[in-house]
Ligand binder design. Sequence first.
Ligand code: NDP
Length: 340
Amino acid sequence: MSQAKAELQWALIGASDIAKTRMIKAINMQPDSRVTAVFSSNAAHGKAYAAETGIPKVYDTLPALLEDPQIDVVYISTTNDRHRDQAFAAIAAGKHILCEKPLALSVEDARQMVKRGESANLVFGTNHHLRNAVTHRTLRKLVKEGAIGKPLAARVFHAVYLPPRLQGWRLTRPEAGGGVILDITVHDSDTLRFVLGLEVEDVIARSTSQGLAQGGTEDAVMGAMYFGEGVLAQFHDAFTVKHASTGLEIHGTEGSLLAVDVMTQDPIGSVMLRRENEQSQVKLDPPEDLYAHAVRHFNQAVRTGSQPFATGEDGVRSLAVALAALESCKSGCRAPVLYA
Ligand code: NDP
């Protein structure tokens, strides 16, 4: 695409926890990119954050950051309600965008974001980290190669305990896009789409508050997604479960794949293949930091016109599934996934 600079300059839109704990390192560890600026709506927070993370430039208005001609790429990781307008502004300023999930609070808004990025000939990616894991990439490959025959069912175990430092807007502010469905179910849907190579047709789900979520948000959900052709997936997502392990199972006509400790931010976990009377541990390629893998592919997309590892369209689709889950919880009925 447009840039041939030796070093792509990334800016953070949002002085967030995820940028501090994962993304700054993932960007800076690439030989061809560096975080050089951050915008925070809270000037004092932005200043302290920049000092702590070693980011040289700090802006307290978004237009000021976007006017900086040195910046090539922005990473948006504010609360979910702010992604849309920040993306629109960044696209208007000609910056490539890696946006956090969920892309927006409606499919229509998310589609607009992706469409405007495409029209401006900019790279637009969604930060779905899980599909970057060597475990999930291996599961996808094995399913595609027919290692388990025709897939019939999947089970996702993604019930975790929300760390106290993150117990803020996710639990109390539905208008900011809080709640476990927009936070975690959205990742499940992307991972299942990626591993199975199928699209979700409808969702039935039941959510509740188990004591952490307030003000109408949910902190636990169980449900089922239907992919057509008889393929079902069940999911359990929560902010309230302290002692469970995470996992993903795919069951097919000829075998099963059992992946343990894989719905996580770390490059860990194992994959077991069961067929007939055999059970074997699948040999995995060396693990790579999930976020570094995503950034590496994003930088490559900026330089060569290839696709980010999770595209904008992937973000629109995962959001559509999560919104169907929310709708089902509200109505008590099965909800079709509305992709358009
Ligand atoms: P945070 O709560 O850490 O940050 C969200 C925003 O809150 C920041 O952008 C900042 O606003 C404001 N904020 C945070 N801390 C302070 C503070 N101490 N003082 C003042 N303002 C503060 O959010 P997360 O990092 O948990 O999540 C951000 C986004 O990333 C969400 O969209 C979430 O869904 C996504 N996410 C994705 C993950 C993944 O693995 N893909 C994992 C975790 C989150 P301002 O922008 O104005 O500075």
